[in-house]
Design a protein around this ligand. Structure first.
Ligand code: URA
Length: 230
């Protein structure tokens, strides 16, 4: 939310007072003076007027997990282990998953409490590629790449998928780069050719690459650099 709106939503300031506070440079967000009324205030931001704290803010948290097979991309599940079960962190109920993976898909899973940041990573309009290693039951045909670039019509959503890039690595293995994350998207794309996906592993989401030092089930916090790149 814009800082001017944040302040004028408080019962104590009217709009004129908010304008004055900003002009007089009395407002700080995360320790820095803010005079631009459009400046974004987030749930994590610490907002002060002079010495007075109006919103304490919370630390934003960002993790990458090497998702193993056999767990669901949900924060809770009555039957199966979830990806959050692999994290030894406090207040896990505040975390969410940026881009789900199927039960048996492995690889890069990003978990955070920062919704604005995770939307940038996952929403198709930001065009950040999600890169998968795919193993199929049948041979991957030469025609697949052209079809994937053109896009495939998904009747259920009534949409055509955005151009995807296929690099064939072997008769039944390929690297696929997509910029959306439609339900079972990769499986449905190969399903168009009646070719079943028997192994799926996410290597990358935009600038974030799965850390090769992480074994399945291991995780680490993202570095400041990784967070900034998204
Ligand atoms: N596409 C799929 O079909 N499954 C996944 O887990 C991810 C992308």
């Amino acid at each position: 939310m814009r800082v001017d709106r944040f302040l004028s939503n408080l019962p104590r300031f009217n709009r004129k007072q908010v304008r004055l506070l900003l002009v007089e440079r009395r407002v700080t967000v995360d320790g820095a003076v803010v005079s631009d009324p459009h400046h974004e205030v987030r749930a994590f931001s610490r907002v002060c007027v002079g010495d007075e704290v109006l919103q304490a803010g919370k630390p934003a948290r960002y993790f990458m997990l090497h998702k193993p097979q056999g767990c669901v991309s949900a924060t809770s599940d009555p039957q199966h282990p979830t990806v959050l079960d692999w994290l030894d962190e406090p207040d896990k109920d505040e975390l969410h998953i940026a881009g789900r993976l199927d039960f048996n898909t492995t690889g890069l899973m990003v978990i955070t409490n920062d919704g604005q940041w995770s939307r940038r990573l996952t929403q198709p309009h930001t065009k950040l590629p999600k890169v998968y290693l795919v193993e199929t039951e049948q041979t991957i045909g030469a025609e697949y790449a052209e079809t994937f670039v053109k896009g495939l019509y998904f009747a259920f959503e009534d949409l055509t998928t955005q151009p995807a890039e296929l690099e064939v690595l072997g008769p039944t293995t390929a690297r696929l780069s997509i910029i959306e994350g439609r339900y079972h998207q990769v499986k449905r794309m190969f399903g168009h050719f009646d070719n079943k996906v028997i192994g799926l592993h996410r290597e990358r989401m935009g600038p974030l690459e799965l850390d090769a030092a992480l074994a399945p089930g291991e995780y680490r916090a993202l570095t400041d650099d990784e967070i900034r790149q998204v």
